[in-house]
Design a protein around this ligand. Sequence first.
Ligand code: GLN
Length: 483
Amino acid sequence: MHQLTLAEIARGLADKKFSSEELTKVLLARIAQLDPQLNSFISLTEDLALTQAKAADARRANGESGALLGAPIAHKDLFCTQGIRTSCGSKMLDNFKAPYDATVVAKLAAAGAVTLGKTNMDEFAMGSANESSYYGAVKNPWNLEHVPGGSSGGSAAAVAARLLPAATGTDTGGSIRQPAALTNLTGLKPTYGRVSRWGMIAYASSLDQGGPMARTAEDCAIMLQGMAGFDPNDSTSIDEPVPDYSASLNGSLQGLRIGVPKEYFSAGLDPRIAELIHNSVKELEKLGAVIKEISLPNMQHAIPAYYVIAPAEASSNLSRFDGVRFGYRCENPVNLIDLYKRSRGEGFGPEVQRRIMVGAYALSAGYYDAYYLKAQKIRRLIKNDFMAAFNEVDIILGPTTPNPAWKLGAKNSDPVAAYLEDVYTITANLAGLPGLSMPAGFVDGLPVGVQLLAPYFQEGRLLNVAHQYQLNTDWHTRTPTGF
Ligand code: GLN
């Protein structure tokens, strides 16, 4: 039963082949048996899951239907869940039980999804390897000595290991697409404003966006349908109607114009990944797509701009964790300054402290113009590059990451080496565009992802291309040995 996709589960539940309660019990037992190897969960919510599963079965018995009704999922542990620990992967919030549900959590619950637990993540979503979590590193099910990617590494490892069919993630600079690529999943970062950020603990508010991680584009469509929509509680949520994403999957790719940026194939890209990307291009050509070389001339400035803007916003967002209002408080503070200093010094891990310091520096009076303002100008140039490209093509295609999953600990002593892994993903966040990563093959037994980018609100187009590709390839169906 653990091999079923969300779409197959929905059919099985509708045909009464099994109940949501039965499926939930099977998956909870599988998590108990296999997750100790992976460390993909921070908290399990067995009681909630069984209550939700029984309620979903009762709703189905009363004639209700719906693709998510009775479907087991998990949430990255930065989505607030009422009465349940919401740690954000940090000692700072180890004791924090959210007083309310995030909009995404509430919407998926209303659609009948069953929450099995909260997944592990890089501390405050800062990282690309899931090694900065207070709860320990997550292992990649394809090779337990390698990282699963980050920061949504727990969601990625759990879904890849067939512990459950789908999970939520968030993507500030690649944290849905990159772990999806490194674990052979399909992951979608929606257009900025498509999915509500209310109740999602903020990292960098102008970049953060929640989205689905699953094995197939078809399942991402089902999840996104449950997550997307206008939310008056989020001032950056956009009041656009939500299309029927599942209905968009079957469009023909005949005449679809795919742009491949020449800058993507520079020296930093593993040549074996480049070959797999070229193969995926050929596959899409067979389906009728027309390929065109394009240019994104300002791409080289994206990493420096992102690693000013994201820490700047983080330093501001994380100032609320002061030992007074939320989370960790140091023992026996002697005065207020001591309380602030030690609560933050002891509650935040080293990567989070590094980002707060970089961000506070970039925003300080003497350096604001030279760093923060400059980075914002680069951000606009990157957006303009995309706007020009989308005048010529419908989709932009390239690698999701320059390398496959690296060994645990391999980049620990050099944070910049890890930052460079984000080169293909962060431009979509800087521009606010939707992006999807899907399985495209293997290098040394480790999965490789191909990334598709589309114009604003064209999530349906991304899902359509990915679904057609998946109907004609079987990379996404491969299962890691031992799972
Ligand atoms: N790796 C990037 C960072 O560390 C992106 C993380 C994310 O998308 N949350 O900031």
